[in-house]
Design a protein around this ligand. Structure first.
Ligand code: DX5
Ligand code: ZN
Length: 227
């Protein structure tokens, strides 16, 4: 991507969209930064969404680039296909990958931003020495699998640790949070160092989707300036 959006980035999760009105619901988030696409395989997580064929159509239809979040077993095998279909970023789970660095390199070689995600209970300090291998790190703020869950504040020390480490190393890695991000929680995550925010129900549950994106962005900006 030539022009990357500046922080704070707001990535609405289309898990909260109407799946049979996907084109209409993608159009609603044109002012956001990336469309967050949750791929679930009913194995890594106990829920099932869609696979490459649907994501290819979403890619062709979305007014903004795709941020694909793979909650799947064996990403070493499947993740490159999402980069090949044109997703701007592809994030796989650290818990599921057998060779995270090799996979990140492969995603980058195809032209995608490479992301790695950690579940709430997974430590992130093992990533400190390999931060430069990734373009973004996703700190899950709920257990992956479902939208509409409550934000887990206990994940914030891990996020802060990553933010401190990235700063210390002069890394430009993006720090993303996903799960329970809303008006009432986004400032907490921004103050702890997040610069990229996934929000599903807070965006698609709003009467005015565009206004919800603007408000989340303003809250995050104010909180990151203060911290
Ligand atoms: C959960 C997904 C999230 C989900 C977030 O496993 O990774 O992207 O859509 O939904 P909200 O914002 O409703 O918590
Ligand atoms: Zn997600």
């Amino acid at each position: 991507m030539a022009d990357l959006p500046a922080a704070p980035r707001i990535n609405p999760s289309i898990l909260a969209a109407d799946f049979v009105n996907m084109q209409r619901d993608l159009a609603k988030i044109a002012s956001a930064d990336f469309a967050h696409v949750d791929v679930m395989d009913n194995h890594f997580v106990p829920n099932l969404t869609f696979g490459p064929q649907m994501v290819e159509r979403i890619q062709a239809t979305s007014p903004i680039p795709l941020d694909v979040h793979l909650m799947i077993t064996d990403p070493d095998r499947w993740a490159p296909g999402y980069a090949e279909l044109g997703a701007a970023s592809v994030t796989f789970h650290l818990e599921a990958a057998s060779d995270p660095v090799a996979l990140a390199r492969r995603l980058r070689s195809i032209g995608a931003r490479a992301g790695v995600a950690v579940k709430p209970g997974t430590p992130a300090d093992g990533l400190y020495d390999i931060l430069d291998e990734f373009d973004q790190i996703l700190v899950m703020t709920v257990e992956p699998g479902f939208g509409g869950q409550g934000f887990m504040g206990e994940t914030m020390p891990k996020l802060r640790g990553l933010a401190d480490e990235a700063k210390r190393r002069g890394s430009s890695v993006w720090l993303q949070v996903d799960g329970g991000i809303a008006d009432s929680t986004i400032e907490i995550a921004a103050a702890a160092g997040a610069d990229t925010f996934v929000a599903g129900s807070a965006v698609y549950g709003a009467d005015d989707v565009e206004a919800a994106v603007t408000r989340l962005r303003e809250l995050a900006r104010a909180a990151s300036l203060e911290s």
